[in-house]
Design a protein around this ligand. Structure first.
Ligand SMILES: [Zn+2]
Length: 334
């Protein structure tokens, strides 16, 4: 039953032991520190015994004494920082302009130098300070998602209120949560189809953003810029998403687009959109490889997808499947 067993030299067997608080001294970096440590005592003969767990605790107590005397942030506080600001250990190191593994080592118990400790102490105490670092140094982070997640957590800490993520951001968050390998190109197409089919079923648009008729299909420019560093690679996925932000209808339509269209690559979806009226009409006579920032009007999108819904006799969002299959079979013939 008792996990607290160790070998007693005196009793020549494994024994229970108890821990007694004692004042101890230890040397660290050439200086002696006094601290409250523990000694393990054999439950049978009362002699002192060795217990690895107690030794670890004493070492930590010595380090804590060092930290307290030298004004170095406590390990407990260091460990709280990533959770508090919803940021990984490595991204935090990069954000602060440190070596990628520096913060990880501090979490493992390494003693931070005073200068770094002061930064961590201030981050721990002042969310506003952290937020200013996050904004200033977000370019150091490898992913936009890491920045957004951390910003949301920090703003919540500061104001107690959730950031008013726009609808398109919520849709993107959900897409990144559901689709494990969605590229920037595929993301653009997914947003376009969600916007179009949402209109077809609900007679209103899900988000206000407009897309442009670029060479490779409809593109939401601001979102393109946000994820352009991923190029042709999948965007880092979100680990969690609160799906309660969507109504039942929103979720049904988004889920159907994910299931029936996001299964195709960005390139295949590009072929789909290249054969659809909104993109074609907006491009007009432009050569295939000509840059264009012409906006695809919401009217064109609404009109087209309403007609699609009618033509394919779609009764529920699940019926988007019929359209996707026809588009796919056409795309391989051409
Ligand atoms: Zn003993």
């Amino acid at each position: 039953m008792n996990e607290k067993m160790t070998f007693c030299e005196e009793c020549r067997k494994d024994v229970d032991y108890s821990a007694e608080s004692v004042t101890m001294k230890g040397t660290l970096k050439g200086e002696e520190y006094e601290f409250i440590g523990k000694k393990a005592v054999c439950a049978e003969c009362g002699g002192e015994v060795y217990a690895a767990k107690i030794e670890d605790e004493n070492l930590k107590a010595l380090y804590d004494a060092y930290r307290q005397k030298n004004g170095i942030i406590l390990l407990e506080k260091i460990l709280e920082i990533p959770q508090k600001y919803n940021i990984g250990k490595r991204p935090l190191s990069l954000l602060l302009g440190w070596g990628e593994m520096t913060f990880t080592r501090y979490c493992d118990g390494d003693m931070p130098i005073k200068q770094y400790s002061d930064v961590l102490q201030r981050i721990y105490e002042e969310p506003a300070f952290y937020l200013s670092l996050l904004e200033e140094n977000k370019g150091n982070l490898k992913s936009q998602t890491a920045y957004e997640k951390s910003k949301r957590a920090t703003v919540e800490l500061l104001g107690g209120q959730k950031t008013a993520a726009s609808k398109v951001d919520e849709v993107i968050g959900y897409l990144l949560f559901q689709c494990e390998d969605i590229t920037p190109l595929a993301l653009q197409k997914a947003l376009y189809y969600i916007q179009g089919f949402y209109y077809a079923f609900m007679n209103s648009f899900l988000f206000t953003e407009d897309c442009e008729a670029w060479v490779h299909g409809p593109v939401y420019r601001e979102i393109y810029n946000r994820y352009s560093s991923y190029r042709f690679n999948p965007i880092e996925s979100n680990n969690e998403f609160d799906v309660s932000v969507f109504t039942g209808a929103e979720k049904a339509i988004i889920d159907s687009v994910i299931q029936n269209l996001c299964c195709y690559s960005g390139k295949i979806l590009e072929r789909f959109t290249h054969s659809e009226m909104p993109w074609l009409k907006t491009r007009g006579n432009l050569p295939a490889d000509a840059h264009s920032n012409r906006t695809i009007s919401k009217e064109a999108i609404g009109e087209y997808f309403s007609a699609v819904k009618q033509k394919y006799n779609m009764l529920t969002p699940n019926d988007i499947e019929n359209y996707a299959q026809v588009m796919f079979s056409r795309s391989i013939k051409s």
